[in-house]
Design a protein around this ligand. Sequence first.
Ligand SMILES: Nc1ncnc2c1ncn2[C@@H]1O[C@H](COP(=O)(O)OP(=O)(O)OP(=O)(O)O)[C@@H](O)[C@H]1O
Length: 624
Amino acid sequence: MTEERLSFQAEVSRLLDIVAHSLYSEKEVFLRELVSNASDACDRLRYAALTQPELSSDDPDLKVRLLADKEARTLTVADNGIGMNRQDLVDNLGTIARSGTAAFMNSLKANGGDAKKDVNLIGQFGVGFYSAFMAADRVEVLTRKAGDSQGWRWQSDGKGEFTIAEVADLPRGTKIILHLREGDDEYLEEHRLQAIVRKYSDHIAIPILFGEGEDAKALNSASALWTRSKNEITAEQYKEFYHHVGHAFDEPWLTLHWRAEGALEYTNLLFIPSTKPFDLFDPKRAHRVKLYVKRVFITDAAEGLIPPYLRFVRGVVDSEDLPLNISREMLQHNPMLAKIRAGLTRRILSELAKKAKDSEKAAEYATFWEKFGAVLKEGLYEDYEHRDELMKLLRFRSTVGDGLVSLDEYVARMKEGQDAIYTISGEDVDSLLRSPQLEGFKAKGVEVLLLTDPVDEFWMPSVGVYDSKPFKSVTRGGADLGKIQGGEDKPEDKTPDGEVVDLLALLKLTLGDSVKDVRKSERLTNSAVCLVSDDNDMDMHLERLLKQHKQLGGSTAKRILEINPAHPLIKRLADRAKADGAATALEDAAWLLLDQARIVEGEPVPDPAAFARRMAGAMEKGLA
Ligand SMILES: Nc1ncnc2c1ncn2[C@@H]1O[C@H](COP(=O)(O)OP(=O)(O)OP(=O)(O)O)[C@@H](O)[C@H]1O
């Protein structure tokens, strides 16, 4: 028998080093991980056998078996599932295959090498198969893939290398033999193993047995959790199932368990996580809800089962009506799947609406919103049918208060004469709050919604109005503040138009093509100048966003420069603009005004050298 020696991927070696040296108090989770893998392997065999019954016909009762050998000090986790061939072993048990493990490794990098914190992270993420090395200093894997005749032994002490060799006469499936570390004999005791299985793996749908032959004893209830009635399931069991099915390690924020009856029958056990899955913004926008047909696992990638804007939902859907022999490819064209999706969507949205409506649970809803609001908003332009329900779920930061506001609350607080819902978009709330364009709105007490999710730029134009009130960006078009009642400060009344006429003409002449227009501002109270875009042009933030993502070529639309007639600088300039030769004397000042408006807006200054030269000149004069 020839034995091949191979090295672990560098990242696995590092991971194993951490695992082996961790004094992780919940070491027992290694068993959860191995049983979970064994159950997945049985699920996969059951699916494969739908089209190739010969794969499992010689040993059709799928199960997981735990065997303890006190003399040899080994614990074995055996399954008669799909098994692995040589390539599977190399790919799966030598590299970081597992999504959760990859996330763990990424957080290690973020942690900056603090060993203690690293160990805590293992508990948060779980590290799949590799957690075997928490309890074992040597791990043997004996496996034969369903349909193959050749079996394999994989072996490692977790120190950088593993070996693979051919083995004859293995039964189908996988046996993981753990040579326990000194002091870990507790994992040879039946009662200890039973307690761990009950705690973490009771929801596993196939039997988990202890021992062999007549004496074998079932450690779990072996019925799929979602088929049991709600009042028989504890919160702890729901959580463990969520961890298993969602490959998650947080508390579920919401657990939904119901059975749809009528024309179509299906049982659902769905969860909304309390933390963001790390691949939430992956361009594929795939969901991970597992589809079962009559308790047989079919796929966790059924396209069309869950709309992409609900992709954060985890769990199981088990249909009684879909044909068992349906291929994964044919699934998405099956009209029943679309009906199931419609039922799931309706239910999830109505449960969210209940939470959102309950004002006592505002803080709880806010935690959901902070994590998944940006994803949910995608539904506003993708799912016209549920748009109204989605609009009710929206929450925003605004210029009023620190909390979140709904559109209904906003509308109820609108000022007399205000007919639009005002918004401003940018990268983050703090810099938005400093925007000069908000000054006049603040002075009048008009609330403005602060939009920081890129997706806002897409749903808002597509939705257009709420409660017959249009959404309007405060950085675009006229400010309409004149007709809104309230506030003591009315900037537009302070200076008669005539005062700035000459300055406006001079600025227009000097700045020429660099701006679309120069006008007196209604929206500034403290700042001297700001930029806005024209009513018909794209919002400035959206334009920058698209350019950043190379979605927009060509030149930027021209901006309108607004000046604040009440600002002392503008007043002085307005005086000077009346004198002869003002155009030459104020040329630098004109460009400086435009450049400072650009800087405040976060737009690039096209000629920084000229800006610096003019600025130096102005400072020099100021000091003279
Ligand atoms: N008992 C088993 N039978 C068959 N294949 C197994 C078994 N245990 C592990 N594997 C294979 O090894 C791979 C890696 O296992 P590991 O527990 O590290 O991650 P995982 O279960 O794939 O995690 P995730 O489900 O998050 O992707 C599995 O995806 C599976 O292909």
